[in-house]
Design a binder for this molecule. Sequence first.
Ligand code: PEP
Ligand code: MN
Length: 330
Amino acid sequence: MIVLKLSAGADPGQVMAQLQGMGLWTQALQGGVAPAIAILPPSPDVAPERLMRLSGVAEVMSSVSPHALVDRQSSKAGAADFYLIAGPCAVESAEQIDAAAEMVARAGARYLRAGVYKPRTSPYSFNGAGQVACRWLADAAKAWGLGVVTEVYSEETAEAIADVAQVLQIGTRNMANFALLERVGRCEKPVLLKRGMAATVDEWLLAGEHLLKAGAKEVIFCERGVRGFDPQTRNLLDLGAVALLAHHYGQAVIVDPSHAVGRKDLIVPLCLAARAAGAAGVMVEAHPSPAQARSDGAQALDADQLGALSDALASAQSPAWPSKTRAAQG
Ligand code: PEP
Ligand code: MN
């Protein structure tokens, strides 16, 4: 907010025009002692000192961000490689996860995803093989030279999961489980934070702040679709939020099209769209034998389809323009 001088002859319209000339979106504020102007999103970053130098400006006040730790990590989001994270919905057996790891490694991905404990909407659905699957998952990842991304769904299991995973996942159903966020943060590892299925971007960013405050090494945001209204595309993949987090907030965002759209035939185009929107990578479900999968088989890619996705991503371009944060850093 810019507060203007009260002196006779000060012209708010002229200050406003100068601000607009700098590419800022402005709104005149009424009712204060002195005339004032608010600078609104999606304005680019401008140093307050530069605004102070404009004639007629008395004071520049910046609002304090409610997620300072998230903001601070924005500088870390660089133009690194585009990540492909893949694997089955769940670890089902030692043989299944080994075959999955093989296809993921052969497709050129660096991370294997698979659930050990699965929070399921129905209590009668397969909810993961549990603790024994941690060892199967770790062995398969090691054998094929992959990192592990897996979900922590309860405070009690956090430590055991942290022992085998390089990246801890928080699922959509737990994004606002603050005790769990605190416990997972204390593991001091990178966390893949899925967006709650009806969470606003602000709620998502603040969930990230909970994790970082508790000690998480890094928070990677994961868009997996929000509640829409059309069952044909199940959860609505919010690429607007992906672009916002990547380009406005400078965050690393991973897109999970599998849980969004729920069908394998749309995974390649959505992954390409995610990349174009500014995502740092994608996480997709893949299974050595999708027809036999104990959960989410309809959205799981087989080995050939995963290879085709990897090829499609390799020949795609990342967006040519930098994020706001990266641009500000020059
Ligand atoms: C998952 O990735 O395994 C999963 C359960 O996803 P979500 O939390 O997005 O439903
Ligand atoms: Mn799944």
